[in-house]
Ligand binder design. Structure first.
Ligand code: GUN
Ligand code: ZN
Length: 452
């Protein structure tokens, strides 16, 4: 049986590379260390620079030091702006791009009335092609360079997403969404058809350029045990695949899971039974996890996609971050579009800060922790941290240049932050929207340029 492995990655560059070193001069922020464990984790240079060579970080830090290392490099003066690592979205649904903003629902009635009817429209491949273009533009224009994406329930529509991401040059991990019950008939596949379609997509896209494949049962509610067994088989046959699904999002959903899997002591045990939880697994939401589930999730080294805008929009609840930290469960940010409120991962970071202030066990997150959750934590959750997530020399030059519009509140706040790195970063996290995204690069290649 054909499998895609990383020994036969077909590497295709999306743009010609500059072989000379280029220096970008601006304020630089990144988190080489985990700010939940180290107080000095934030690396910040108000007059900073990043040197890039052949798509890789050659150096990052204070401008004077970087310049001294590469005196002959071309310098692009971007002062007044900021450079941060490419943003990572660990949970987002491509087919839901056009239904962002559906107010007034809880999870299960939102699915029935808004999300699933829209997902059915992905049967029209030409429509899916246009939505895929809108989707990858949404990612790039908000600074998201890497994402773990729920594809469609249809093979061709999922292929359109991969094609669009490949053309754009983004890092996308995605796959066919698998379900065989309780949605709408047109969104169901048989387990056999799901297996064959998944194999076709894996062969075509896993390891193609910056693309990777993920096994994605929508959630245990919409998958029989036969379908979960297919997921297990797919992962066994290609161990480099990622895995993602939903867990413990809303009380009504959890009650349904208990009814459908009467043998299961809790939600996590359904996925555990089929060996679906490990280092490459990202489980979205985890708002209502029990202590025992958190303990086991940490033991599996799995990750959680924390989606604070979606959790608030659907009234799902407040993510118990303190309990996840205490249990050593890894987590990173996700937008969960279309239940989420937009493509901005920086907005998710701010929402996380706001919600944790008022959580049952409140936390006051620092700017460094929020930047980490938006970048390096996502890279770690997706097992891409040897390649991306911070500006360590040798890593890929995935970055976002934020340029405050002249006269904007963000501009004013940055100017008056008096070169205090924590204050500058906090202003950025609070005020920088998509209008502030000046340029976005993946492996040094420009994938988005904002209007001058
Ligand atoms: N659970 C199952 N499907 C979905 C979805 O599309 N969005 C969210 N937020 N939760 C889900
Ligand atoms: Zn979701």
């Amino acid at each position: 049986m054909a499998t895609a492995t990383f020994t036969r990655v077909r590497k295709q560059s999306t743009a010609p590379r500059r072989e000379n070193v280029e220096i970008l001069r601006a304020a630089v922020f990144h988190t080489p260390k985990n700010p939940f464990h180290f107080v000095d984790a934030l690396a910040a240079s108000p007059d900073g620079a990043i040197a890039i060579h052949a798509g890789r970080i050659a150096a990052a830090g204070d401008y004077i030091a970087v310049r001294a290392q590469y005196p002959d490099a071309v310098v692009r003066d971007l002062r007044g702006g900021c450079l941060i690592p490419g943003l990572v979205d660990t949970h987002i649904h491509f087919p839901q791009t056009r239904i962002i903003g559906g107010l007034g629902y809880e999870l299960l009635d939102w699915l029935e009335n808004l999300a699933l009817p829209e997902e059915s429209r992905m049967a029209d491949t030409s429509r899916a092609r246009v939505v895929a273009r809108e989707f990858v533009h949404g990612l790039a224009s908000h600074g998201t360079t890497t994402s773990l994406v729920f594809g469609a329930h249809f093979t061709e529509a999922t292929a359109e997403l991969f094609d669009a991401a490949h053309r754009k040059g983004l890092r996308v991990i995605s796959g066919l969404v698998l379900s065989d019950r309780l949605l709408r008939p047109e969104l169901h596949q048989t387990p056999e058809a799901a297996y064959l379609a998944s194999k076709t997509l894996i062969e075509r896209f896993h390891g193609l350029g910056r693309l990777r494949y993920a096994v994605i049962p929508r959630f245990a509610l919409s998958t029989t045990e036969a379908m979960l067994e297919v997921c297990q088989t797919l992962r066994r046959e290609t161990p480099s695949l990622s895995f993602t699904t939903h867990i413990n999002e809303s009380p009504a959903e959890i009650a349904e899971i208990a009814r459908l899997f009467p043998w299961a002591p809790d939600y996590l045990s359904v996925y555990e039974k089929y060996d679906l939880v490990g280092r490459q697994s990202v489980l979205a939401h985890s708002v209502h996890a029990t202590g025992d589930e958190l303990k086991r999730l940490a033991g599996h080294n799995g990750s959680v996609a924390h989606c604070p805008c979606s959790n608030a929009a659907l009234g799902s609840g407040i993510f118990p971050m303190k309990r996840h930290l205490d249990a050593n469960v890894r987590f990173a940010l996700g937008t969960d579009i279309g239940a989420g409120t937009g493509f901005g991962i920086l907005k998710e970071a701010l929402q996380s800060y706001l919600m944790q202030r008022v959580a049952a066990e409140p936390l006051t997150l620092t700017a460094a922790q929020l930047l980490y959750l938006a970048t390096k934590a996502g890279a770690e959750a997706l097992s891409l941290d040897s390649e991306i997530g911070d500006f360590a020399p040798g890593k890929a030059a995935d970055l976002v240049y934020l340029r405050p519009p002249h006269g904007s509140t963000f501009d004013t706040a940055l100017i008056h932050a008096e070169e205090n790195p924590e204050r500058m970063l906090a202003s950025l996290l609070t005020l920088a929207g998509s209008e502030s995204i000046g340029e976005v690069r993946v492996e040094g290649d420009v994938v988005y340029e904002g209007k001058p």
